[in-house]
Design a protein around this ligand. Structure first.
Ligand code: CP
Length: 299
């Protein structure tokens, strides 16, 4: 594979993906959703490495399920049990697995910018499973898939993304992709959790909860440099989706959250599995989306 072919098969982010490219992934995911409970032999003999340099439950596991559903050989690289602990760099680790003959790598890492810098030097497709607060493309793809499945179209949909925008790669990837489809994205966040670099309108909680999609974000304490979050109770009172606020949502509206969820901080526990919550369906949709993304990388 040439570097150009590798780059077009990689998925580093959604910022530069067209509506057509995104829609073709969503369409293929719809196919795989119909066939997700069977194992296929499409990737027989192909090795896919899951390289997670930051913790994950949903993304890592659903990539592994997707790879196995497609018949790939799966290598689960754990940074905590590797030579990273002896000081080996992320780049050298990826080059090491590449030199052993992996066909594609799924990668999650903390440093912002490292993936974009590293990708042109790697000869196998890389799929971004979350890099710092930059992008989380497969999360946004499964979010779009969930919304499109529910509403039929994304065009004109009012999507409110509420919470710790500043530290959220999910907010960025959703913004880039939703705008391609003509959705109206609005943000709602306390001043010290706003991303000033993004050209998006910030609205009040009262307005945000009137959107068609109310997408709550986790307060990402692990990325806070100082004590931005003064008190979980105060945050919930001002920016949490409480039962009282949820009762003011439109009848047709849905609740989303990429999870993991801080129950009773950004969302009341009773709402996580409410009838209008898509939180667990989002997780289920992660498997066919990741099947489509891996197929795009390797077939
Ligand atoms: N939504 C998400 O990325 O979850 P994990 O951190 O568990 O992968």
């Amino acid at each position: 594979m040439t570097i150009t072919q590798t780059q077009s098969r990689s998925l580093l982010g959604l910022k530069d993906l067209s509506q057509n490219e995104i829609q073709s992934i969503l369409d293929r995911a719809a196919f795989w959703e119909q066939h997700a409970n069977k194992t296929h032999n499409l990737l027989n003999g192909k090795f896919v490495a899951n390289m997670f340099f930051e913790n994950s439950t949903r993304t890592r596991t659903s990539f592994e399920v997707a790879e196995k559903r497609l018949g790939a050989e799966v290598i689960n690289f754990s940074a905590a049990a590797s030579s990273v602990e002896k000081g080996e760099s992320i780049y050298d680790t990826v080059r090491t697995l590449e030199s052993m003959g992996i066909d594609a790598g799924i990668i999650r890492l903390k440093p912002i910018g490292l993936l974009a810098e590293m990708a042109p030097k790697i000869k196998v497709p890389l799929i971004n499973a979350g890099d710092g607060n930059n992008e989380h493309p497969t999360q946004a793809l499964l979010d779009l898939y969930t919304m499109q499945k529910h509403f039929g179209t994304l065009k004109g949909l009012n999507v409110a993304i509420i919470g710790d925008i500043l530290h959220s790669r999910v907010a960025r990837s959703n913004l880039y992709a939703l705008r391609q489809f003509g959705a109206n994205v609005m943000f709602c966040a306390p001043d010290d959790m706003q991303a000033k670099d993004l050209d998006v309108q910030y609205v009040s909680m009262e307005k945000a909860i009137k959107a068609d999609v109310v997408m709550m974000l986790r307060v990402q304490l692990e990325r806070h440099s100082s004590g931005i979050l003064k008190s979980a109770d105060t945050y919930r009172e001002s920016y949490g989706l409480t039962v009282a606020r949820a009762s003011q949502m439109a009848n047709h509206a849905i609740i989303m959250h990429p999870a993991p969820v801080n129950r009773d901080v950004e969302i009341d526990s009773e709402l996580v599995e409410a009838a209008n919550s898509k939180i667990f369906p989002q997780m289920a949709n992660g498997v066919p989306i990741r099947m489509a993304v891996i197929e795009r990388a390797l077939v």
